[in-house]
Design a protein around this ligand. Structure first.
Ligand code: C2E
Ligand code: MG
Ligand code: MG
Ligand code: MG
Length: 280
């Protein structure tokens, strides 16, 4: 195997090529076998309520650790899952397992914890999505208000009306809806007004700059104000510093998620954290 940066390194293929097709096929293969081989797992990132300083929810984040390829980031495998249709069985696996784990936390005494689950717009386009979701929620015996689904603005790309109807159905079940990565897509005030949304998650790229850019800081200000006018709660994503935290507090942001509080955790680590907070 050729050394990557050595003077005498020689490889027969351009690095770009190796990255594209071969790698994609390998990742697709890993993904195809993942459920059967038990190489998928979930981590949970705490979401903290600023008013109380406590973990009120956790975002389920999918992980894939293949025997041969090692750890593959969701940034790489989710788009491949979407391209290949594997997002449907994979997404079902995520919902099922996140709900199972939430049942466990409820059983051991954390009954006010919510779980928030990322759902790809392709999953939502699946005709069976609502029926499957209903069944999974019923089987888990969890009150639906503790379940939140995170979608991105890309769901509106194709058919706004259709997505709004779908959202209404989800809301009718009692499940909450969050708009993820807000500000990176084709956000429109008009959509926001007409979607039955509970939570808006301001993208990390905005939060990154609130300490250095006055413009960004004021934009975040108005996003929070606008959300509150519409009765929507706000989560700031990717909070990494105390300074960001205090600015967001000042602005009346409702929840915070980010490395400053916690990285995504293994289920037992989340339990430890909840335990510590309970007796703090
Ligand atoms: P997302 O839903 O916006 O999740 C937040 C991402 O930001 C996570 O990356 C999280 O680890 C990371 N993050 C949180 N706080 C910080 C911080 O303070 N600093 C930095 N640098 N990063 C932070 P992750 O886990 O790599 O996931 C990336 C994306 O993959 C997610 O973005 C989501 O779009 C997608 N994804 C993950 N799990 C699933 C899933 O089960 N289903 C679907 N459809 N997509 C998923
Ligand atoms: Mg998310
Ligand atoms: Mg996000
Ligand atoms: Mg994201």
């Amino acid at each position: 195997k050729a050394k990557d940066n050595g003077k005498n390194s020689y490889s027969f293929y351009a690095p770009d090529m190796s990255k594209s097709l071969d790698r994609k096929l390998l990742v697709e293969g890993a993904l195809r076998e993942a459920i059967g081989k038990n190489t998928l797992y979930l981590q949970y990132q705490p979401i903290i309520e600023l008013k109380t300083g406590k973990t009120v929810a956790a975002e389920a984040l999918l992980r894939l650790k293949d025997d041969e390829l090692g750890f593959i980031s969701p940034g790489e495998f989710i788009p491949i899952a979407e391209e290949t249709g594997l997002i449907i069985p994979t997404g079902d696996w995520v919902i099922e397992n996140a709900l199972r784990e939430l049942s466990y936390y409820r059983l051991v005494g954390y009954e006010s914890l919510s779980i928030t689950i990322n759902v790809s717009s392709l999953q939502m386009k699946d005709r069976n999505f609502i029926d499957k979701l209903k069944l999974m929620v019923q089987n888990a015996k969890i009150p639906p208000e503790f379940i939140k689904l995170e979608v991105t603005e890309s769901v509106f790309m194709e058919n706004v009306e259709k997505s709004i109807n779908l959202f209404r159905e989800i809301k009718k079940m009692g499940i909450k809806l969050a708009l993820d990565d807000f500000g990176t897509g084709y956000s429109s005030l008009n959509y926001l007004r007409s979607i039955p949304l509970d939570i808006l998650k301001i993208d990390k790229s905005f939060i990154d700059e609130i300490t250095t850019s006055r413009v960004l800081s004021e934009i975040v200000d108005s996003i929070i104000g606008m959300a509150h006018t519409l009765d929507i709660l706000v989560v700031a994503e990717g909070v990494e510093s105390e300074e960001q935290l205090s600015i967001l507090k000042e602005k009346g942001c409702d929840f915070i998620q980010g490395y400053f509080f916690s990285k995504p955790l293994m289920p037992n680590q989340l339990e430890e954290r909840l335990q510590e907070e309970k007796y703090a």
